[in-house]
Write a protein that binds this ligand. Structure first.
Ligand SMILES: Cc1cc2nc3c(=O)[nH]c(=O)nc-3n(C[C@H](O)[C@H](O)[C@H](O)COP(=O)(O)OP(=O)(O)OC[C@H]3O[C@@H](n4cnc5c(N)ncnc54)[C@H](O)[C@@H]3O)c2cc1C
Length: 245
């Protein structure tokens, strides 16, 4: 069995009718009516119009009332180290203290495309992985798992559950779908956005890197490919079928 893991992203749960949750919260701010009345009386067209207006105005706080929980597998510890820097979120990650990473024949790992595409680099990389797996297995017989794990590399595969509200998702997707983000977290963020665009276009059709909504926000660090990136995300939005995962 191959020990090379591949990215897998699933939307596990979300606030029921997240668009309505956002619209109700926003409407309440300007209405003398009660919460329940607003929630039940707004028709779908009104919800759509109001959410669109909030996106255009950049009125972000009502988006905090809609939460989304993703299950992610086949990512590296290098990725999750970057991910958990995002503080307005909740995480539960597979433990290297309690879970034996050996699996059937050694820990699973992520191979960067640049390594995969270079025969010699790939050979060196997999050679080291074999040695580390062997050492991890041997150490595990003598010392606690929490200490044996010190030899596991950044490439080691991990699994994580992520919950973010729609406001934090907008921020996360802006910085992590951008070409400046590292390839692996960019791939994960882009897959999250693809799923969200398919399921909740009202909330997420215009999310993604800053350049999809206007000029590049990265200043002198710009990738210089804003037009290409914008077109790519517009195509992704068109192709994301409703309910697409
Ligand atoms: C391309 C790229 C390169 C990076 N390189 C490095 C690097 O070299 N070294 C490094 O250490 N990190 C690096 N980072 C991580 C980066 O510095 C942030 O830690 C990470 O992106 C989390 O984003 P954040 O702090 O904006 O937002 P989050 O933690 O996601 O929070 C969202 C927003 O809430 C607000 N907020 C959250 N917490 C606070 C607070 N305590 N006080 C005030 N406002 C708050 C801010 O407006 C923030 O933007 C990099 C990130 C990217 C995208």
């Amino acid at each position: 069995m191959s020990r090379e893991a591949e990215l897998h992203v699933r939307l596990l749960r979300n606030t029921p009718e997240p668009e309505r949750a956002v619209a109700t919260a926003a409407r309440l701010c300007y209405s003398p009516a009660g919460v329940e009345e607003i929630d039940q009386r707004m028709d779908d067209a009104q919800v759509e119009k109001l959410v669109g207006k909030l996106v255009d105005l950049g009125h972000e706080s009502p988006f905090e009332h809609a939460s989304f929980t993703f299950g992610v597998e086949g990512v590296s510890r290098a990725l999750t180290h970057q991910l958990v820097r995002h503080r307005i979120a909740s995480y539960s990650q597979q433990s290297q203290r309690y879970v034996d990473a050996s699996g059937d024949n050694g820990f699973r790992y992520i191979v960067p495309p640049s390594v995969r595409d270079d025969a010699q680099a790939y050979k060196r990389f997999t050679w080291v992985m074999e040695r580390l797996a062997d050492t991890y297995g041997r150490l595990g017989a003598d010392v606690p798992r929490e200490d044996a794990r010190y030899v596991l590399p950044n490439a080691a595969e991990t699994k994580i559950v992520i919950t973010m509200n729609a406001r934090e998702l907008w921020h996360f997707l802006q910085v992590r779908c951008c070409e400046r983000a590292q390839w692996e977290i960019r791939a994960m963020a882009t897959e999250m956005l693809r799923i969200l665009m398919g399921r909740f276009p009202l909330l997420f059709a215009h999310a993604g890197p800053g350049c999809v909504r206007g000029p590049c926000t990265e200043g002198t660090m710009t990738c210089g490919k804003a037009k290409e990136v914008k077109e790519r995300f517009a195509r992704m939005c068109e192709d994301a079928a409703p309910g697409d995962e």
